[in-house]
Design a protein around this ligand. Sequence first.
Ligand code: UDX
Length: 439
Amino acid sequence: MKIAVAGTGYVGLVTGVCLSELGLNVICVDIDEKKVQTMKNGISPIYEPGLDELMAKNYKCGRLNFTTNYVDAYKDADIVFIGVGTPEREDGSANLDYVFTVCEQISENVQKDCLVVVKSTVPIGTNDKVEEFLKERVKHNVNIEVASNPEFLSQGTAIKDTLYAKRIVIGVESKDAEYKLREVYERFNQPIVVTNRRSAEMIKYASNDFLALKISFINEIANFCEIVGADIEDVTKGMSYDARIGDKFLQAGLGYGGSCFPKDTKALHWLANDNGYEIKTIKATIEVNENQKYKLFRKSKERFGSLKGKKVAVLGLTFKPGTDDLREAPSIPNIRRLLEEKAEIVVYDPVGEDNFKKLFPNEVSYVNTPKEALKDADLVFIFTEWEEIKQISLATYKELMKTPVIFDGRNCYKVQDAAESGIDYYSIGRKEVVQNKMN
Ligand code: UDX
């Protein structure tokens, strides 16, 4: 079986690499020649633990290859997986331009019966449109079918999430398509849910949006905990023993970021409206998340009045630990607000600084260690809970900062410890510790 994968972003590349790891012959297609060469040299264009090694191993043994030549890649492929991006348009809808560009290339070049598998997250009904598009345009006398096969990987654990996925979802309209995909996935030894294409597309949105809803829900409860004097960490712990609730995706913070939740909540909201329906819980999820981002910035304004000329340390820039991805990271809008306030900003992130420099080349100072960022700072914001940031002792803040005032967006420390260390500590859904308020 010959497999081609269109797109070498998170979804495409990880899919291609994992399929080759399980013994299939895979060719990954990307339009960027430089990127293709880099991948041939064993270097992944994305930061993902374990990906470089698997990529290099399977490339060396000939099961995995990379190319810009889509003509050759598609002409005799049995299956083409589409894993290109579906970014957000300004109105919140999903931009499907990349998907249809790939479809055009497939329809012009495929010379044998082919199953086109859409892995990208696409609005409900897109697979039908893709099939129609392909069938209308296909040049040679071949049968083209489309299947939906959404991806559930998380950045930072993408390889594990794919090789040991909790479930494989296959959305098909024919037995033939189902058999072909079963043949691919039988080597994964995971539960396979087979349904029609529209339900498969919906499973992806409903899953992501439900997780986003959990996060917005717990953030709202956290905000209310502050008002009534409860502690969100204890509250979630107490809730989590109920297996119906579980302990996942209940970490209160500055809201969800990343390439999926913000985009997929808005896309479903847009799609529902477009169909004359409003999913009220999703609308609220989006509103809560937008508001949550600035929660600690507002507290810092309340505390200091003006931030003009204040030295602000920022620890953590990426949208979560384990990735260099800054998409929808709360650090970005917060730093924009701090710059409007004319604060002096020093940032530290173990892997995200290079990407951040592309957005803020000169506006903030970059340092190589958290300690350099903290030196003489008036206040510090923690935006990402990197392990090495959580390991910084509270004594270090006290020793290095001009005034030890921490705004912790990820609840990295215990309130009690902050109180005992003589630090002023603002976090999410917990009691504020204010003991040095002379500044
Ligand atoms: C997510 C989904 O988990 C994955 O299944 C889907 O395929 C793609 O989107 P990812 O974007 O990599 O994956 O990150 P995830 O770990 O889910 O975190 C998303 C955001 O939610 C992060 O900003 C994280 O900080 C935040 N989050 C997560 C919370 O604020 N609280 C939590 O309890 C969990």
